[in-house]
Design a protein around this ligand. Sequence first.
Ligand SMILES: [Zn+2]
Length: 457
Amino acid sequence: MRNKFAAPTRAAASAAALLSLVLVPQLAMADEPKGDVAWDIVAGLTTEVGERLAGSEAEARARSWAEARLKALGFANVRVEGFPIRGFVRGIDEAHLVAPVPQHLAITALGYSAPTPAKGIEGEVMYFPSLDALKAAPAGSLSGKIAFVDHAMRANQDGSGYGPYGNVRRQGPAIASKLGAMAVVIRSAGTDSHRNPHTGATNFTDGIKPIPAGAVSNPDADLIARTFAHMQPGGKPVRLALTLTSHAQDKMPSGNVIADLPGRDPSLPMIVIGCHLDSWDLGTGAIDNAAGCAIITAAALKAQEGGAPLRTIRVLWAGSEELGGYGGDAYAKAHAGDKHALGMESDFGADRVWRVQYAFADANKPLADKITAALNPLGIVTSAGKADGGTDVEPIIAAQKLAVIGLGQDGTHYFDLHHTPDDTLDKIDPAMLDQNVAAWTAVLKIVANEAGVIAAP
Ligand SMILES: [Zn+2]
């Protein structure tokens, strides 16, 4: 029922059940997997907290929620480690084509966009089919104009399209600003055809003036592109009105939540596994990344079945990943004195794990072989290429030269939902969530019980 291709949502099913069973409303939730740690975390966080924009009051509530939940689950040394961030406060997101034909557009401000005045701005649109086309524009050619950068991200299993297409969001606004644009609008970095824009952070690096920057949904980007194709050249200029009042704000409070399952041999360097607690604010952050926190935490607990492993397993629920990986940086700084052996992260949704990658010393080949064999029955294959962890564990991996294992999830549909209002609990399939937990548990049982040295290449 929670399969993203099935028509009835959980809410619809629950509503139907409520209608027929008004006197026994708890039966409406009969399909909820009860007593399942991973499901309880992802459902709890998205329901009892909701969206968790970094630096916000909601993210602070999420830290309290996480601290209480991790303590209740039996973790030791549960603590919140705060740090300040340059945050982002959401305002009004509105856009419409003014000419040649008035059309409403579904838009979201990108993180760190500069605000427009409350009454909005209006300007002529310059069309660029790609980031490279924008880069090639002559200096000053965008003065007083609004740049529109089109491109078409395509879905793929390993999510690698997010590198180049994500760069349109990450770099496009700064490039447009340097060329003199008054504002910039991009096609969302997403693979769906829904009228949902995809938000995400952009970077105005030092010295570059922030300008209003937004992303329109894929169908609206199609509409803008068709408007140019049908009515240009020679037609009236395409004009856009934008009201994007979100703004950056300094010194907002964020923090990491950290918890340990102590190993039997405290002299052995620990295993650190990460996820991020913050989310974008349009949905409820179910796949990005309540699911990751749910998966790693449930697996860490399952790895204790039959007795505590040799090594300590530490879970890092990082804050402020979405705005620039602040939590991972803060963790590496605060825990430079702790001995770690291996880092892993879950931050690519909740679809099934299909591959494993390693970053191990040659001497750890037998360890990798053992893990590969344990994952094979779960339908997981070894894949070439070096595991690189994830944003929240990368700083500690780099600082201490840690070994890494990457459990790659199927990303074919991830960018349909990523950073949109559609990132909600009903998109998570409990069976796939279970497969993730099983894969993580298999890996943790092996690495946390490894008495020998675990080393990076
Ligand atoms: Zn994420």
